[in-house]
Design a protein around this ligand. Structure first.
Ligand code: SF4
Length: 510
C-alpha cells in the first residue's frame, strides 16, 4: 500500500483527558501503555447537524441523546466564525455530557457540527489533509486494525492519537481515506480494506458526509425540520428536537449534507446485515432502525417467549432497563400481570463514581437494582432479561435478591438464544471463555470445543442443547431457564433473516 503521509494539523484543540501524541517516525515512538479504565469496547453514538448559524444548540441535545451508548468520552467538532476547525472532547465518566459542554457552546455561531459519545476511542478527531480540513467520528469495530496499522506505519504514516496503548480507530480510518483523491473515494477504499464495520461522519467546511457501514451493521438516520438537517445513530434523538425522519441511510450509502440539503453521492450496495442486538439490548426503546421500533420488537420478543412457555407463574417482570419491554410483551401474551420486582435507583448514582475494577463496576451497577419485597414475596416470577453474557450479575445479584426477598420460584427467559460467539463487527465487550454457554460446554465436554465442533449446542432440539441449558440453570440457581429461539427473535424483529447480523448466536460470518 502506498499512502501519502498526513499533513501537520493546525486546529484548536481542547482536551481534558490523558493522551499520548506520537509525532516521531516509527521506531522512535515512546508508547506509554495504560489500562482502559472501562475495560470495554462498546458502541459509539454519532450525531451531526447542518443548521445555518445555530448548529451547536441542536448538536448539544442531539449528541446528549446518545448517552446510553457510551460512558467514557463525549466530543464535538465544529467550524468557528474564523473558519477554524475546533474540537472539544471531555471525559464524561464522572459527569454528564450536558454538564461538560453546556457552558462551552454558549454564544458560538456555527452552521456545521458533529458529535460523538463513546466508550473507547475519544472522538471526533480533526485533520488538515489534501481534502482540506475535516473532522471525523465513527461507530464500528476494525478487526484487522493491527495488520493495517503495521502496513501504514511501514509506509511512514504517523498515528497521532493513541489511548491505552491502542491507536484510535477514527485515526486509522482517516489515514486509510487519505490514500485516495476525494473523501468519497477514500471512504469506499477504506471500506475495501477493513474487516469489521465502520459507519462514519465527516465534517468539512461546507457540509457533512454521512456514510453507513457497507453491510449496515450500525444505523444512521437522516432528519429534517424545514431547511435544517441532522444525522444520527439513534432516531430517538430527533423527536424532542422537532425533527422528522427524512430517510434511513442505507448500507453502503454516502450522503453529503449541506445547506442545500442532502445529496446521495454513493448509492446502497443492496447488502444489509444490521445488528440484531440493537433491538434486543443496545438500542433506546423509542429508537427505530430500518423503520422498526425497538420497544415493539421487545414486546414481540416477550410474546414469543410466552408462546413457547408452559410454566405457571404469578407475574412477569423484567431486569431493568431493556428487560422491561420483553416482560411487558410476555405478560400481554400469557395473560398474567406485568409487575416491577426490581427498581433501578438512579438518583445520586449517575456518573459520579467510576470504580477501577470490572468486579466493582458490576457491583455498583447492581447496587442500583433494589428488590421490592412487596411484589416479590410468595410469587412465582417470570424474569425477562435481554441476554445472558457471563451470568455472574444475574446469579450473584438479581436472582439472589429475588430469593432473599421471598420469591417462590424464579424462571428466567432471555430474549435471545445463548450467546456463543463474541461480536466481531461492532461490540467487543467479551471473550469466548467468559460466555456462560461456552463455560457450560467446556464443563460438559471436559475441554474447550472449537467453534466448528459446537453445532449440536446451537440446535434447541438436541440433547446437548438441553444439557447446556440445564447446566446454566443450575449454575445460576434458577427454577427454569428457557432461551428465545433464533427464528422467534428474527420474527420479533420482522426483517428477513438474511438482513440481520446473527453472528453472536450462529457463528456464521456475514
Ligand atoms: S456479532 Fe452480535 S453484537 Fe456484533 S454486530 Fe453481529 S449481532 Fe450485533
Amino acid at each position: 500500500m502506498n499512502i501519502e503521509p498526513r499533513m501537520t494539523v493546525h486546529v484548536k484543540v481542547d482536551h481534558e483527558w490523558d493522551r499520548i501524541h506520537i509525532r516521531s517516525a516509527p521506531g522512535n515512538t515512546n508508547l506509554f501503555k495504560m489500562r482502559c479504565p472501562n475495560g470495554l469496547d462498546s458502541m459509539t453514538g454519532l450525531f451531526g447537524t447542518v443548521i445555518r448559524d445555530r448548529a451547536l444548540h441542536t448538536l448539544f441535545y442531539g449528541t446528549d441523546y446518545h448517552s446510553h451508548l457510551g460512558t467514557k468520552y463525549g466530543g464535538i467538532a465544529y467550524i468557528d466564525e474564523n473558519g477554524d476547525t475546533i474540537k472539544k472532547i471531555h471525559d464524561i465518566s464522572n459527569s454528564q455530557f450536558k454538564s461538560k459542554f453546556h457552558d462551552e457552546i454558549e454564544g458560538i455561531k456555527t452552521s456545521i457540527a458533529i458529535g460523538a459519545i463513546s466508550d473507547k476511542d475519544p472522538q471526533p478527531l480533526t485533520f488538515v489533509s489534501k481534502f482540506g480540513p475535516f473532522a471525523i467520528c465513527m461507530n464500528g469495530l476494525i478487526v484487522n486494525k493491527e495488520d493495517i496499522k503495521k502496513v501504514l506505519i511501514d509506509e511512514g504514516t504517523n498515528f497521532a492519537e493513541v489511548y491505552h496503548g491502542e491507536i484510535n480507530q477514527a485515526d486509522l480510518v482517516a489515514n486509510l481515506m487519505n490514500k485516495k483523491d476525494t473523501i468519497e473515494d477514500g471512504i469506499r477504499s477504506m471500506w475495501d480494506m477493513i474487516e469489521g464495520s465502520a459507519t462514519i461522519l465527516i465534517m468539512t467546511p461546507d457540509g457533512i458526509f454521512a456514510a453507513r457501514d457497507r453491510k449496515g451493521i450500525s444505523p444512521l438516520v437522516l432528519g429534517v425540520k424545514g431547511k435544517e438537517w441532522v444525522v444520527a445513530s439513534e432516531s430517538s434523538s430527533l423527536t424532542n428536537l422537532g425533527f422528522e425522519i427524512f430517510k434511513y441511510i442505507e448500507p453502503g450509502e454516502i450522503v453529503k449534507i449541506t445547506d442545500d440539503g442532502p445529496n446521495i453521492i454513493t448509492g446502497t450496495n443492496g447488502e444489509r446485515k444490521i445488528c440484531a442486538f440493537l433491538w434486543i439490548y443496545t438500542g433506546f426503546p423509542c429508537a427505530n432502525y430500518e423503520g422498526i421500533n425497538t420497544e415493539i420488537v421487545r414486546e414481540n420478543s416477550g410474546r414469543y417467549l410466552a408462546k413457547r412457555d408452559n410454566v405457571e407463574a404469578d407475574l412477569a417482570a423484567g431486569v431493568p432497563d431493556s428487560g422491561t419491554a420483553h416482560a411487558i410483551g410476555y405478560a400481554m401474551e400469557a395473560g398474567i400481570p406485568f409487575r416491577r420486582v426490581l427498581m433501578k435507583y438512579t438518583p445520586g448514582y449517575g456518573r459520579s463514581y467510576t470504580p477501577l475494577t470490572q468486579e466493582e463496576r458490576d457491583r455498583v451497577a447492581q447496587m442500583k437494582l433494589i428488590p421490592n419485597e412487596a411484589t416479590i414475596k410468595g410469587n412465582r416470577i417470570i424474569l425477562c432479561e435481554d441476554s445472558i453474557v457471563r451470568g455472574t450479575q444475574l446469579k450473584n445479584f438479581t436472582v439472589n435478591k429475588l430469593r432473599e426477598a421471598g420469591a417462590k420460584e424464579v424462571h428466567v427467559r432471555p430474549a435471545c438464544p445463548p450467546l456463543m460467539f463474541p461480536c466481531r463487527y461492532m461490540l467487543s465487550t467479551r471473550n469466548k471463555t467468559e460466555l456462560v454457554a461456552r463455560r457450560a460446554i467446556m464443563d460438559l465436554e471436559g475441554r474447550d470445543l472449537e467453534d466448528n465442533e459446537i453445532d449440536e449446542y446451537l440446535d434447541p432440539g438436541s440433547e446437548n442443547y438441553k444439557k447446556m441449558v440445564d447446566w446454566i440453570a443450575r449454575d445460576l440457581g434458577l427454577d427454569t431457564l428457557q432461551y428465545q429461539r433464533l427464528e422467534d427473535m428474527v420474527d420479533a424483529i420482522g426483517l428477513p433473516k438474511d438482513d440481520l447480523c446473527l453472528y453472536c448466536w450462529t457463528g456464521k460470518e456475514i
